[in-house]
Design a protein around this ligand. Structure first.
Ligand code: SF4
Length: 59
């Protein structure tokens, strides 16, 4: 298994759209990045990784 394998772009975009409606979405102003407050991941990266999962099973 390649932990850096990429999800298809359409799937990554759908995941990010779900995150942007989620109450656990946060923003880290120092690094100007959206994060998941549940797992602490950067959303732009997390949503692109094929084997990544939402900790709330929203995607
Ligand atoms: S990964 Fe899941 S819990 Fe985290 S912001 Fe996205 S939808 Fe919400």
């Amino acid at each position: 298994m390649n932990p850096l394998a990429q999800a298809p772009p359409v799937e990554a975009a759908q995941r990010l759209a779900v995150c942007r409606t989620c109450s656990e979405r946060g923003f880290a102003p120092v690094i100007k990045s959206e994060i998941c407050k549940k797992c602490g991941c950067f959303l732009i990266a997390k949503t692109k990784l094929l084997d990544s999962h939402c900790p709330l099973n929203k995607w």
